[in-house]
Design a protein around this ligand. Structure first.
Ligand code: ATP
Ligand code: MG
Length: 257
């Protein structure tokens, strides 16, 4: 099983869009996939067609050790399973502070389910909070979605430092899997410049797939669907399907080593 956190402390950079579309694309190619919504905004939950207002259980009691993974898990109509979230999760942040091993609650909740899935994706909130730390401690790697704009690079160093610190102190398995360029506009000079800079700095850590800005991806959540299921032929959907294929390819290479 491969556990990936989709993280960037910057808001609105495409974490949730990447999480739901990658989950649906992996499921379409026959991978057993679990998506974990670790954001009190519950966008990945709604975007998977699950009503965050009517959850019988969310990741919140799971993190506090009050519910098991099978009690919290919902089966979506998108081909993957989901651990849903809603605003309650904001309270978990506060309550967890006083708990033992507070950064490792999610990791421990997943421990007895390591054979249930091929891929587990964790949609992190836009912060470097205790929730995100739980995501980073549970994961083998981080996928960083980013827009190719000037300030994107600045925020990146904070994230890279946090990942280094987690690697040193909490989770020796953690590495950066790759940077995914999203909402890309090939006609913008800044986009192409920043994109080239990223390739220079991060080399093959930059995924080959470029996700373009595409309105169908933005419309899909209001139908409770990932873009790849809402309009599979759209440019955005095609990019996420290609990204999933690139991910599967990378994983096969590691497994062959
Ligand atoms: P937050 O930090 O609030 O969790 P996020 O990083 O999860 O945000 P998203 O919610 O995925 O970001 O995306 C932010 C907005 O941009 C959403 O309205 C989404 O529909 C839109 N969006 C994301 N990717 C694309 C794209 N490739 N093309 C067009 N719109 C996009
Ligand atoms: Mg989000």
């Amino acid at each position: 099983m491969h556990i990936f956190a989709i993280a960037n402390q910057k808001g609105g950079v495409g974490k949730t869009t990447t999480s739901v579309n990658l989950a649906a694309s992996l499921a379409l190619s026959g991978q057993r996939t679990l998506l974990i919504d670790l954001d009190p905004q519950g966008n990945a939950t709604m975007g998977s067609g699950v009503d965050k207002q009517r959850l019988s259980a969310s990741v919140y009691p799971l993190l506090l050790g009050e519910a098991s993974l099978s009690e919290v898990r919902s089966v979506t109509s998108c081909g993957y399973d989901l651990l849903p979230a809603n605003r309650d999760l904001a309270g978990a942040e506060v309550e967890m502070v006083s708990l033992d091993r507070r950064e490792k609650r999610l990791k421990e909740a997943l421990a007895s389910h390591l054979n249930d899935y091929d891929f587990v994706l964790i949609d992190c909130p836009p912060s470097l909070s205790l929730l995100t730390l739980n995501g980073l401690c549970a994961a083998h790697g981080v996928i960083i979605p980013m827009q190719c704009e000037y300030f994107a690079l600045e925020g990146l160093s904070d994230l890279v430092n946090t990942i280094k610190r987690v690697h040193a102190n909490l989770n020796r398995d953690l590495k950066i899997i790759g940077l995914l360029r999203v909402m890309f506009d090939p006609r913008s000079t800044l986009s192409t410049q920043v994109s080239a800079q990223l390739e220079q700095h991060f080399g093959d850590k930059v995924f080959k797939t470029l996700v373009p800005r595409n309105v169908r991806l933005a419309e899909a959540p209001s139908y409770g669907l990932p873009g790849v299921l809402f309009d599979k032929a759209s440019k955005g959907a095609q990019a996420y399907l290609a990204f999933a294929a690139e991910m599967i390819e990378r994983v096969k290479k590691w497994e062959a080593k």
